[in-house]
Design a protein around this ligand. Structure first.
Ligand SMILES: NC(=O)c1ccc[n+]([C@@H]2O[C@H](COP(=O)([O-])OP(=O)(O)OC[C@H]3O[C@@H](n4cnc5c(N)ncnc54)[C@H](OP(=O)(O)O)[C@@H]3O)[C@@H](O)[C@H]2O)c1
Length: 262
């Protein structure tokens, strides 16, 4: 698959007991992209849902774009609770990931939470065999990531927005923001649909997570309307550089990505 489907299902905190049904419903509703990770402890149940729909003939494996991320859940911590930094160079990690493509174990590789300097360093790597297909970053109207998106897109690296709804309802209240609510009323759409459409119109891929049937269906109904330029600008104007996923216990790591502007 040469292009990542513009909307996928996020699966972080999707309970194993709920996610199989969520995936099945999502495939029926037209989702062809699933964002997963070893660390989310539910990949096996997600696989069950996918298998079921392949067996039913609803979808073929080659029509699906399935993302995973390696990760050691037992990050070693020091006495103060900070991650003990690894001295691995991510360019070496990238070479190992390239080997996976050559071996036919994965179709494409990408990065997540890379800032522009890290991405530049990777793109300038001598003998780069495969470019990253995407940079998956936190992105929503309170963290619009204008500069990083411009940088990635100018280098032909797509951007995938995680946390596009601002996380759970106890989170930052993005769904209740008055501008988002006003725009939602204007288009007779839900606030979540406005947040997702906002990204799609910037050519940014979105991966909202839900295990709620009504929401899974709602979140993919975002291809039948278009936000005006003024509404896009009003939403962009909400930026407050609010980063939710900071992982402060890794702040001392040499590759901690959030210490520069973008
Ligand atoms: N690479 C990384 O470092 C990284 C970090 C964070 C996340 N991610 C990925 O990005 C995905 C999305 O981010 P996220 O899960 O943090 O946040 P999110 O998708 O912004 O928000 C998910 C929350 O919104 C609720 N929700 C979903 N649709 C809704 C709707 N239409 N109306 C109202 N509420 C709705 C969900 O509840 P219900 O499920 O109860 O419906 C859930 O509580 C993750 O699942 C994961 O796959 C990657």
């Amino acid at each position: 698959m040469e292009r990542i489907p513009p909307l996928g299902l996020g699966t972080w905190q999707a309970a194993p007991g709920q996610v199989t049904e969520a995936v099945k419903l999502a495939i029926d509703a037209g989702y062809r992209h699933f964002d997963c990770a070893y660390l989310y402890h539910n990949e096996s149940e997600i696989g069950d849902g996918i298998q079921c729909k392949i067996k039913e003939g609803v979808v073929r494996r080659e029509d699906l774009f399935i993302v995973s991320k390696p990760g050691d859940e037992d990050m070693s911590l020091d006495r103060s609770g900070m991650v003990i930094p690894s001295d691995t160079d991510f360019l070496d990690t990238w070479e190992a990931m390239e080997d996976l493509v050559v071996a036919g174990l994965v179709k494409a590789i990408g990065v997540s939470n890379f800032n522009h300097k890290q991405l530049e360093r990777l793109l300038n790597k001598p003998n780069l065999r495969f470019k990253p297909m995407t940079n998956q970053i936190e992105c929503h109207p309170y963290l619009t990531q204008k500069d990083l998106i411009r940088f990635c897109q100018s280098r032909d690296v797509s951007v995938t927005a995680y946390r596009p709804l601002g996380g759970s309802s106890e989170g930052v209240g993005l769904l209740d923001n008055p501008v988002i609510q006003r725009v939602a009323r204007k288009y007779s759409k839900s606030p979540a649909q406005i947040l997702l459409r906002f990204q799609i119109q910037r050519n940014v891929i979105v991966i909202p997570k839900s295990v709620t049937p009504k929401r899974i269906l709602e979140n993919i109904q975002v291809f039948d309307f278009e936000l005006s330029e003024q509404d896009m600008n009003d939403i962009l104007g909400l930026d407050r550089n609010l980063r939710m996923c900071r992982l402060p216990i890794a702040e001392n790591h040499k590759d901690y990505p959030f210490n520069i502007d973008y």
